[in-house]
Write a protein that binds this ligand. Structure first.
Ligand SMILES: Cc1cc2nc3c(=O)[nH]c(=O)nc-3n(C[C@H](O)[C@H](O)[C@H](O)COP(=O)(O)OP(=O)(O)OC[C@H]3O[C@@H](n4cnc5c(N)ncnc54)[C@H](O)[C@@H]3O)c2cc1C
Length: 248
């Protein structure tokens, strides 16, 4: 259940979720861990980073944008609403031999970048954040951050930024999340130009820009019914749905 709803900046809504339903929730401890969030009246999930999990309360920070299932719900007063949270999963895996860490992301990546930078204290961490100026105090005060202006609402130019970064010497780890087309471009850059092994980076598409077809163009009904008929779990059905959206 949503215990608290706070507007922490014009672009970010913080939800604190708790109650008996979370009794079995287990954090992975991985600093970019996320959960699927299913809001009332829906079965489709959207993924959100666990900003914190303490004392039986789970906090997520939601970047609000124009149109969307969760964004529209989160902009209203959702205190007291029952939501469904899926099992936490994480993918940040910095090798023990890494001597530096680079984090790059947009507003949706801020919760993960804040958690990662508070967790990794034994190597220098550099951050590039493409976010509105009103979230400048979201990251730890001593963080080494390059603030980037967003090219426009629902847009990102992170790929170009990363292609121009002066790469540190030696082995390190590169983590990045944001708009999917930008992430695809960066994966190619890291593989082809920088020739990094896949263990040296983690690049995740967190949302899809509007330039292409709308992800919701895929009708979830038939996928849901087929999944249920095949005895699949809701988790598997969401995975099928996500795959269908990716291929749409
Ligand atoms: C592992 C993971 C962790 C994530 N963690 C967070 C997090 O902590 N906080 C967070 O805010 N988001 C996070 N995201 C991104 C979030 O899941 C997506 O932005 C999601 O699409 C939002 O759902 P919605 O229902 O509001 O919009 P949808 O119904 O999914 O989309 C509706 C429309 O809005 C557009 N859209 C979606 N997201 C954005 C956006 N951010 N900016 C502009 N336009 C957008 C889409 O192109 C689409 O046209 C994460 C994603 C992943 C995969």
């Amino acid at each position: 259940m949503v215990l608290r709803h706070e507007q922490i900046s014009p672009h970010l809504v913080r939800l604190t979720i708790g109650g008996e339903g979370l009794a079995s929730f287990r954090s992975t401890g991985i600093p970019d861990e996320w959960v699927g969030l299913v809001v009332p009246g829906q079965f489709q999930s959207r993924y959100y980073t666990v900003r914190s999990w303490e004392g039986g309360e789970l906090v997520v920070d939601i970047a609000v944008h124009d149109v969307g299932l969760v964004t529209e719900w989160a902009m209203g007063d959702c205190t007291g609403d029952s939501v469904r949270i899926t099992e936490a999963k994480g993918s940040f895996a910095m090798p023990a031999e890494a001597r530096w860490l680079m984090l790059v992301g947009d507003l949706t990546a801020m919760p993960a970048m804040a958690r990662i930078s508070a967790t990794v204290t034994d190597v220098p961490v550099r951050i590039w954040a493409e976010v509105p100026s009103d979230v400048a105090d979201y990251l730890p005060a001593d963080a080494d951050v390059t603030w980037l202006e967003q090219p426009g609402d629902g847009q990102s130019a992170l790929a170009e930024v990363v292609e121009g970064i002066d790469w540190p010497e030696g082995e390190g780890y590169f983590w990045m999340a944001g708009e999917s087309a930008q992430m695809r471009a960066i994966r190619k850059h890291l593989m082809r130009e920088r020739k990094l092994p896949s263990t040296a980076y983690d690049v995740m598409g967190y949302w899809r820009g509007v330039a292409k077809r709308q992800p919701r163009a895929v009708d979830p009904g038939p996928i849901y019914r087929a999944g249920k008929a095949a005895g699949k779990s809701d988790e598997q059905i969401w995975a099928d749905y996500d795959a269908a959206r990716e291929n749409s």
